[in-house]
Design a protein around this ligand. Structure first.
Ligand SMILES: N[C@@H](CCC(=O)N[C@@H](CS)C(=O)NCC(=O)O)C(=O)O
Length: 215
């Protein structure tokens, strides 16, 4: 098998790449990195990603990190398989813009929240200012992305990279609330985004990508 994805179950960046690989119908091996065992800090791993993060894609001798670079690579390299972007240049540009918006505007407030709720076991250590700012930022982004949905995707009649890149970020919201119920962000997920999530969840490959420890 030529393709190997290095991922961590539940990592939104690795999850998006797995969804993209599945959507394209590509055969790949999933290597679950041993986070607790320090694999990301090992010399062998740093050789494939000096930043020590997932995802990494290996394609034969070629290795690539950064999920969005991997997305573009898959689309270019495996152009004959299911397309991740719309064929029309303007629609394709809109899908790419949505992905830029996810990484430039959604991820910063999301990071403010997850750095506390996931990585600080003692709630007393949480940065409350970051939590408040993160919550306000995500609330604003939920409204913005809701306004972009047309039916159940970001480009009417199309489905692919933009929806699959956002899905894992939305899927984490209930997990944050399990750590702090008062965040109450899931109730701000509007009908358009709910429909989009449902569309992702109805893909035949979806279950295979769902983090086993979330079940
Ligand atoms: N911009 C990167 C972000 C990758 C990233 O932050 N991955 C996280 C997992 S969600 C990671 O590997 N964190 C481990 C660490 O920093 O030690 C991408 O899009 O691939």
């Amino acid at each position: 098998m030529a393709l190997t994805l290095y991922g961590l179950p539940g990592s939104p960046y690795a999850w998006r790449v797995q969804l993209l690989l599945e959507h394209k119908g590509l055969d790949y091996e999933l290597h679950k990195v041993d986070f607790g065992g320090g694999e990301l800090r090992s010399d062998a791993y740093r050789a494939i990603n000096p930043r020590g993060k997932v995802p990494v894609l290996k394609d034969g001798d070629f290795t690539l990190y950064e999920s969005l670079a991997i997305l573009e690579y898959l689309e270019d390299r495996y152009a004959d398989s299911t397309r991740l972007y719309p064929g029309d240049p303007q629609k394709r540009a809109v899908a790419r813009r949505v992905i830029c918006e996810i990484d430039n505007y959604w991820l910063p407030p999301m990071t403010q929240i997850f750095e506390n709720v996931y990585f600080k076991p003692n709630e007393a250590d949480w940065d409350e200012q970051a939590m408040t700012e993160g919550r306000a930022g995500l609330s604003k982004e939920l409204a913005h992305f809701e306004s972009l949905v047309q039916g159940d995707s970001f480009v009417s009649g199309e489905f692919g990279a933009a929806e699959l890149c956002l899905y894992p970020m939305l899927a984490h919201l209930p997990r944050y609330e399990r750590r702090r119920e008062s965040l109450a962000l899931t109730r701000e997920v509007g009908p358009g985004l709910r429909a989009l999530m449902k569309r992702v969840e109805s893909q035949p490959y979806f279950d295979k990508t769902f983090p086993a420890h979330w079940r």
